[in-house]
Design a protein around this ligand. Structure first.
Ligand code: GLY
Ligand code: MN
Ligand code: MN
Length: 449
């Protein structure tokens, strides 16, 4: 099993040409329906902080990264004209203040007509002359970067491309597998650091060292949460001191390979039998939901099914009592599990297109009462998505149950006992197959045993 993350990875080299053919077909379709002859895709520009001369970390246009694994190449363009090799206008400034991108090198160069430019003015020479026949895709906050192209990010064009991005090419699947492996290695090292009594900050450092990525290269900010912090869904504070009592550890951390993300959560206890039993029960439930993933399943149903299964968990661990209908209707399951079951995953950790019914952009709303669900589509082969149920003590939400019909269904003593542990989330990245799924995350952990 390959763990070669480099541009020389022979598996990626073999798969990339077919990926480019798929992208061409998607853009042919988008251009034809948009009545345009060329797609011009801008990589983006680093933003400068207010009243400062420092840039925020550069985040490349995902439509650019889908063409080529160039996550750190600002002010560059891909120009695609149906029937022609894509042109990559590769911006390599003459700059002695900052490092400049090196010479184009790697598996992706053979399928691109690479044109190196040293000034932004030179970009114009490589753009189609008929700007009115172009569509520009990218974040344009300075007209100079549009080079006279008026049609910028037409919704109908973006809808076609973003709907298509819901299913992954074989090349993308391999990048996602590599990202899962890289993330799983970080998770294993982080668990060891937790068992050694390290602080959140120190665990984070071990994670970054293991995956060999800086904070800015990670696909999202790591959630490294000890004890009660596990109940803060997007906790990113990183306490410098280890707590005296290490009761629990929730880590939601991914890694990136050629722009593709993993998004993995694990929760660990530290000897408390009740919390250990809750983690086991949640893991069984999470795997039960993963088992239901296959083409043709409506993800909204999976989300609601999870609430029903969670009601059984709540009964089993004596956090609540009542049947599924009652615990759903009274809002008990939502108070313990207030986020969506998961989302599409790809070149963005919350990949676009999760609400799209078709390439026209018809929106599929989440089920009523579940506003935070980010994926509402019927599953198709080669979609990659997360399955990430959770159960937390979030007082802001549980307090709302007092004085409502839900109150009598909650065992408040067990809530008090669980509060110091924060919560549990278990998150895997899963590829949809015709009659089942491939679990990228579990395969990755298994490959590292
Ligand atoms: N790490 C963000 C998420 O799980 O969606
Ligand atoms: Mn996550
Ligand atoms: Mn996620």
């Amino acid at each position: 099993m390959s763990t070669d993350y480099s541009d020389r990875n022979p598996d990626l080299a073999a798969l990339y040409p077919a990926h480019i053919e798929t992208l061409k077909a998607r853009h042919d379709n988008a251009l034809e329906k948009s009545g345009a002859g060329h797609a011009v895709i801008f990589s983006g520009k680093a933003k400068v902080a207010f009243l400062d001369d420092r840039s925020y970390p550069f985040v490349a246009n995902p439509h650019f990264v889908a063409w080529a694994p160039l996550v750190a190449l600002p002010l560059s363009y891909i120009v695609y004209t149906p029937g022609e090799k894509p042109v990559l206008i590769y911006y390599q400034p003459r700059d002695y203040w900052h490092s400049v991108p090196g010479a184009p090198d790697g598996y992706w160069t053979a399928d691109m007509d690479v044109r190196i430019v040293h000034t932004t003015d030179d970009v114009a020479k490589h753009l189609p002359v008929d700007r009115d026949n172009c569509i520009l895709i990218g974040e344009i906050d300075d007209e100079a970067h549009a080079f006279g192209i008026d049609r910028v990010n037409p919704t109908s064009t973006l809808n076609i491309l973003q709907y298509a991005r819901g299913t992954k090419t074989a090349y993308e699947l391999e990048c996602l597998r590599l990202a899962a492996r890289r993330g799983a290695a970080g998770h294993m090292a982080a668990e060891t650091a937790f068992r050694a009594g390290k602080s959140e900050f120190a665990i984070h450092q071990v994670y970054c060292e293991t995956v060999s990525q800086t904070d800015n290269e990670l696909p999202y900010s790591n959630i490294i949460a000890l004890n009660e912090h596990g109940a803060i869904l997007h906790y990113t504070d990183l306490d410098r001191e280890a707590p005296a009592d290490m009761r629990s550890f929730l880590i939601d951390a991914g890694a990136q390979v050629h722009g593709y993300a993993s998004d993995i959560t694990r929760t660990y206890g530290n000897g408390d039998a009740r919390f250990g039993a809750l983690i086991e029960r949640m893991e069984t439930m999470q795997l039960e939901i993963v088992n239901r993933v296959k083409a043709g399943v409506d993800y909204r149903d999976l989300h609601v099914d999870t609430h029903r299964l969670l009601s059984e968990v709540l009964n089993d661990v004596e956090l609540a009592s009542g049947d599924a209908d009652t615990l759903l209707a009274t809002g008990v399951t939502s108070a313990f599990f207030p986020h969506g079951l998961g989302h599409l995953l790809g070149v963005q950790v919350h990949d676009v297109g999760g609400f799209m019914e078709n390439e026209s952009g018809t929106v599929i709303d989440p089920p009523s009462g579940h506003p935070f669900l980010r994926l509402t589509r019927v599953l198709e082969e080669n979609m990659v998505l997360t399955i990430e149920p959770g159960l937390y003590v979030i007082d802001l939400l549980l307090d709302n149950l007092h004085g409502s019909p839900a109150e009598s269904h909650v065992n408040w003593d067990t809530v008090d006992a669980l509060r110091p542990f924060g919560g549990v989330r278990i998150e895997d990245d899963v590829r949809v197959l015709a009659d089942g799924s491939e679990n990228l995350t579990r395969d990755a952990f298994a490959s590292l045993q």
